[in-house]
Design a protein around this ligand. Structure first.
Ligand code: 13P
Ligand code: SF4
Length: 369
């Protein structure tokens, strides 16, 4: 049943929703100046342009996980991104620092595809099949509870920016890995490290079973049946159409895309890598990018001035809906509240969860060059 009370609690005063962008920007500017060093505003690259404009730091998941601990003077971190990112920031910052998410409904559909209960069931089944030969790995796009579960069993967190180096380290520690919640990132990463598809199985959390054809003892990678609803929208046909239209085009995509899309692309990588590849392009070059369209739109504008043509691999694809829930009205409201001494939408991870989840994040940062 729809919980109307919870829904109302989340709603911000209508004056913010009705205000003009010009006035909202004036509020943000004024309150940012008033809060000074006490406040740090972090934004993921998938945020809208008019949010990125206010950020003290912009980055992909790996960059933001690294950058957040550089701001020891900040009392409050306003995180313009999604829920799991704000949780990660809370885990990685000092207890006295507060992390706020301007809109609590900014979740991540992929992170919601794995919860600790489902993981407990999967883990006990995998243990009965493979004994102690599985090392659990979670993508940073997962809840703090999932990270904590992984931490209790000696596992590690990865981002798309370090998945290859960490998965390759994992195979020096263990015969097998469980990779969750993104089956595509897990599959693309393992495949590019030389693990053939016939050594990959899939765990289905809904039906609680493992699908695999062949001898179970050959399995090296267990992929969790989860995906990103934004990156799953890219198809091989879109790549082929682009190449037909522009035979000289370079196609670059995020590894959350399906393997058949990554296989057809010229290169693939994390958000930071896609930006780096785009910035390296020379005047006259043509690129099609398969990732969130807020970012691609920004790159398109930026690179136009340099004479580089940037195309949306799928112009019809939606930008990430939940990332887009962070908007000027929510940002202006949360800063107004903060300046008035009211802390809203704080993301707090319980101490016990923090302890175990932090182990997986610290290990990740230690293993990342
Ligand atoms: P990265 O920031 O690791 O590129 O991940 C993209 C993403 O989907 C964030 O939610
Ligand atoms: Fe989640 Fe995909 Fe949106 Fe990233 S882009 S927050 S993985 S739904």
């Amino acid at each position: 049943m729809l919980d109307l009370k919870a829904f109302e609690k989340q709603a911000i005063p209508t004056m913010y929703e009705e205000a003009k962008n010009y006035d909202l920007k004036k509020i943000i500017q004024k309150q940012k100046a008033k809060l000074g060093d006490k406040l740090v505003l972090l934004a993921h690259h998938y945020q809208k342009d008019d949010i990125v404009e206010w950020a003290d730091e912009v980055g992909d998941s790996l960059e933001l996980a690294k950058k957040v601990s550089n701001h020891k003077q900040a009392e409050v971190i306003v995180f313009c991104g999604v829920h799991f990112m704000a949780e990660t920031a809370d885990i990685l910052t000092a207890q006295k620092q507060k992390v706020l998410l301007p809109d609590l409904s900014a979740g991540c559909s992929m992170a919601d595809m794995a919860n600790a209960n489902q993981l407990k069931i999967a883990w006990s089944k995998l243990k009965s099949l493979f004994n102690d030969t599985v090392l659990p790995i979670t993508y940073i796009n997962s809840t703090a509870e999932v990270k904590a579960f992984i931490g209790r069993y000696g596992g590690v967190t990865v981002t798309s920016g370090n998945a290859e180096e960490i998965v390759s380290w994992a195979f020096t520690q263990s015969k097998r890995i469980l990779f969750l919640p993104d089956k595509h990132l897990g599959c693309n990463t393992a495949y590019h490290l030389g693990i053939p598809l016939n050594q990959m199985a899939t765990w289905h959390p809904a039906t609680k079973d493992l699908s695999y054809e062949g001898d179970l003892q050959d399995v090296r990678v267990i992929l969790w049946e989860g995906f990103c609803s934004v990156h799953q929208q890219f198809t091989p046909l879109q790549v082929k159409r682009m190449r037909k239209l522009f035979p000289d085009i370079k196609v670059i995509v995020h590894p959350e895309c399906r393997k058949d899309v990554v296989d057809l692309a010229d290169d693939f990588g994390s958000t930071a890598k896609l930006i780096k590849l785009t910035h390296k392009a020379k005047p006259g070059d043509r690129l099609a990018i398969g990732t969130d369209n807020n970012l691609v739109g920004r790159l398109q504008k930026e690179m136009k001035e340099k004479g580089v043509f940037v195309h949306f691999l799928n112009p019809m694809a939606c930008a990430c809906l939940t990332m887009n829930r962070i908007d000027l009205p929510h940002l202006a409201w949360i800063l107004d509240e903060l300046a008035a001494g009211r802390v809203q939408n704080q993301i707090t991870v319980f101490d016990e969860t923090t302890k175990w989840a932090k182990l997986t994040l610290d290990k990740m940062l230690e293993l990342t060059k």
